[in-house]
Each structure stands twice: as structure tokens, then as C-alpha cells.
Ligand binder design. Structure first.
Ligand SMILES: [Zn+2]
Length: 76
């Protein structure tokens, strides 16, 4: 009975470890991808250089090019 359980445990361990490694790799890749997506959506303030998300930044046309100001600098 106990021996059977031990044999079954060792038969399943490599498969379980493989699944866990796959899950870890999957979540690590996913987190990296979402972090890159968030990074791509941030803008540096043209005035103070502070980085902010798209919805917190104000576009200002400056010499024909659009620059982004943060909430504090756009109110000045
Ligand atoms: Zn600013």
C-alpha cells in the first residue's frame, strides 16, 4: 500500500515539475509582456521629465510637434 503510493509519487513527480516549470515560464513571460505594454504607454514630461501614464499627461503642440506635459507643468 505505502510502497504503491511511493512508486506513484515518483512516477508523477517529473510530470508535476514539468508542469510547474511551464506555468512559471508562462507567468514570467506574461508579466514581462504586460510590463512592456505599460512602459510603452508612459510619457516623459517635456518640462520636468517626470514619467506619467497617457491619461495623466497633457499633449501640447510645440513647434509643430506634440510634446507631453504632466498635470503640474500644463497648469503653469
Ligand atoms: Zn512636468
Amino acid at each position: 500500500m505505502t510502497e504503491h503510493l511511493i512508486v506513484e509519487f515518483f512516477a508523477w513527480t517529473p510530470l508535476t515539475a514539468f508542469v510547474i516549470i511551464l506555468a512559471v515560464v508562462y507567468f514570467a513571460t506574461r508579466r514581462e509582456g504586460s510590463a512592456a505594454a505599460v512602459h510603452g504607454k508612459t510619457y516623459a514630461c517635456a518640462q520636468c521629465g517626470r514619467r506619467g501614464k497617457h491619461e495623466h499627461m497633457v499633449p501640447v503642440t510645440h513647434e509643430g510637434a506634440v510634446v507631453w506635459y504632466c498635470g503640474r507643468c500644463s497648469n503653469r
